[in-house]
Design a protein around this ligand. Structure first.
Ligand code: NAP
Length: 333
């Protein structure tokens, strides 16, 4: 497939082949979605809840979590689903361990986590509480920490779970292909990590967004290498172009044109995430897969693939993050 036809097929994908109707009853299953208060994450939470799962969403505030929880409950007339929330602000890394700790106090299993929350096109120079470029810090660093803190419960769940059913889903974007620097997909000297090292701030906001989404793809592939032998699947995806609040930081004229031209209902993006979480077309046999809308196997850019395969970019990123975040990878008593 040429680059153009592949881009068009992600903008205007064929009908989904895997939907909520393909899911079994999810009673006794526990799932976690970051950013379940809006857009795709909210739509996914509704689907899982409607199938009787216990669904945790994360939110920056009690108020927005309660509003989302009420909407999720109202979307289903009957059933045994449960919706709970964790208050975590991904742009403040110090809130992650307490949020995960409260999850671990309530649950002994976690069947799949979707690292779905994200920000895009933030104003130049925006930073997280800890001084990371806002998109890198929120989309990548925060989820890396969550993943590390959740790994023990994922590993113990995977010991008795069916093969390939315990998954860590990293929500990327086709922006990782279109917007990131050529080479590894990441400019290692200007990645958005704490100033003054590793963040020159010379790129446009969308380039940093693209890099952050490459980060999500590399972490999924690296997770597959590290944890595949322990029955855990890492998967990344482009959910599709959806009408959500993601455009909130974009210029209003541009985002109106974009939304008129090509934005779909968020439910379709949730189906891409559903496929990544449940389809048997992916699993331990193709661990580290990249999924495209509305649930098909796709490929990342060839230089990003080569970087992972030949230059160890996944390991490089993982090791770098472990070193940078080591003080945040434990729970306070
Ligand atoms: N929409 C698209 O066309 C599209 C295309 C490609 C990829 N994606 C990816 O899909 C994912 C979901 O985005 P969406 O389109 O559903 O956008 P959205 O409607 O803006 O939802 C994003 C979610 O992330 C949460 N979030 C953002 N910053 C956060 C923070 N600091 N702490 C905690 N939560 C935070 C938001 O919570 P608040 O409401 O509190 O901000 C919201 O729940 C993102 O990773 C995005 O990059 C979307």
């Amino acid at each position: 497939m040429s680059c153009l036809s592949s881009a068009l097929s992600e903008l205007y994908p064929p009908k989904p082949s895997f939907t909520e109707n393909d899911l079994p009853d999810l009673s006794s299953k526990v799932y976690l979605i970051t950013g379940g208060t809006s857009g795709i994450g909210l739509a996914l939470a509704k689907i899982l809840y409607s199938k009787n799962a216990k669904v945790y969403i994360t939110s920056r505030t009690d108020a927005s979590a309660e509003k989302a929880a009420a909407e999720i409950k109202a979307s289903v007339t009957s059933g045994k689903g449960e919706i709970r929330y964790l208050v975590i602000d991904l742009s403040d890394l110090s809130t992650i361990a307490p949020g995960v700790k409260s999850f671990l106090a309530q649950e002994e299993v976690l069947h799949t986590v979707w690292f779905n929350a994200g920000v895009m096109n933030v104003s130049k120079g925006s930073v997280t509480q800890q001084g990371y470029e806002l998109q890198w810090g929120t989309n990548v660093v925060a989820h890396f920490i969550m993943n590390k803190l959740l790994m023990p419960i994922l590993l113990s769940t995977a010991q008795t779970a069916p093969k390939g059913s315990v998954r860590v889903v990293w929500v990327s974007s086709d922006g990782h292909i279109m917007l990131s620097p050529r080479g590894d997909g990441i400019d290692w000297q200007d990645i958005g990590t704490k100033k003054p090292i590793g963040w020159k701030g010379e790129k446009g906001s969308m380039t940093y967004y693209g890099q952050s989404k490459v980060g999500n793809v590399l972490l999924a592939m690296e997770l597959a290498q590290r944890y595949g032998n322990h029955n855990i699947v890492g998967v990344s995806l482009n959910p599709g172009h959806l009408k959500t609040n993601l455009q909130r930081h974009s210029n209003p004229i541009g985002s109106t044109v974009v939304s008129w031209l090509m934005l779909h209902d968020p439910h379709l993006g949730a189906l891409t995430e559903l496929y990544a979480g449940f389809s048997e077309s992916i699993g331990l046999h193709n661990n580290g897969a990249y999924i495209i809308p509305w649930g098909r196997l796709g490929r990342t850019r060839s230089d990003i693939e080569a970087g992972f395969r030949d230059r160890g970019t996944g390991k490089k990123l993982w090791d770098m993050m472990e070193e940078e975040t080591k003080e945040l990878l434990f729970f306070d008593d």
